[in-house]
Write a protein that binds this ligand. Sequence first.
Ligand code: UD1
Ligand code: MG
Length: 461
Amino acid sequence: MNVVILAAGQGKRMHSDLPKVLHPLAGKALLGHVLDTARELGAEPICVVYGHGGEQVRTALSASDITWALQEPQLGTGHAVLQAMPGVAASAPTASSTLVLYGDVPLTRASTLRRLIAAAGSDKLALLTAHLDKPQGYGRIVRVAGQVKRIVEEKDADDAEREIREINTGILVAPTAALARWLPTLGNRNAQGEYYLTDIVALAVAEGMPVVTAHPDANWETEGINSKSQLAALERVHQRNVAERLMEAGVTLNDPARIDVRGELICGRDVGVDVNCVFEGRVEIADRVSIGANCVLKNCRIGSGARIAPFCHIEDAVVGPDDIIGPYARLRPGTELGRGVHIGNFVEVKNSSIADHSKANHLAYVGDATIGSRVNIGAGTITCNYDGANKFRTVIEDDVFIGSDTQLVAPVTVGRGATLGAGTTLTRDAPPDQLTVSRTKQLSIPGWKRPTKNANPKKKD
Ligand code: UD1
Ligand code: MG
């Protein structure tokens, strides 16, 4: 099975320098969605017809299973598929049929395409068609006695044809040899002066080849994107579908209309997600985890029973079982937390491991640190990991207590069981089991008076 994906169109109505097919839906380029669907069908090779923003498209999506065909200038959909034929013939001379997809139609389900492919068999032309209440703008399927005879484009249609509600989605399967025969014979004497792929239908009928149809389960499967508004509408459709799948698998969503998954979200049992959370990349959430409102989680793992309070930002990090994170915590790349760890509000952790039952509950920066178990990190503690040129590690061993507002100037080690007095600026290692404190001596001045307010202040002139 060959797949040809048409992606040469300019996308003028996006009003953007980014080629249309590179605009993201759920964090992935429109064309990326179509490529993944083609791969799901086991298609090989996949030929992408590109034109506008060509090199940018190729670079963004290059993969070994794609062959690229340049269409320059763009003379219509028939001309576009024609550009793909040499590549198709060279890389898969034996593949008997060709599926035509569109780089700006991202949400077609593989199951729908399988039905279309099955309807085509090896010797029929199969069209994916839909019935629309408002068919304006689409090519119409002209049937005589129930049999498809041709497709007429809106701009070429007469009044009666415009009444037809069965439309051409554009997606079709044809025998490859027949396509190779038909495409070079297409003309462009029509309202748009284009070589229409849709004209192959009349050619098939003329040859006596059966033309059959299949239909999508839902019309959004075949909707294309030409504007930001349509992009946003399909994004919502996609997110609603993702939310439905999560709920079917047992995830509690406080509002399925207020979750965004831009990647892969894998959830265990009894997971709850409050409103306005965004999941990016691959996020794995174990059993009994609750995620509070307004969290952003990217490429991370959350251990069972963990509670993520509202407004947390977690990226490239591992949260341990039964941890309590946030509200307002930021876990940056390289954070690995053990079991029962508490990270509280306005605490930032980066490239650090924090072992079981340790706590940093308020206003702290923990960067490039290795922290043992049962450590208490007081409010306002900062690891000074950067001297302006290089980064250094801080090591805090088990059972350490760090007083509030402490600076740990790395590289530095705090020995097991040590206590650091509040306000300490630690520049040398602190020995285990002792109190280490760096602080100026406290001073009190007897008899000192506060200035008082002058009853008749003189005006300065
Ligand atoms: C096409 C169909 C129409 C169908 C509609 C569905 C034809 C002649 N008409 O119409 O029957 O109802 O799609 O949306 O096929 N493209 C190229 N190179 C080109 C022209 C187009 O790659 O020279 C690509 C575009 O990027 C786009 C797709 O083909 O992804 C469809 O092109 P578009 O101009 O939107 O098709 P329509 O004229 O709307
Ligand atoms: Mg057009």
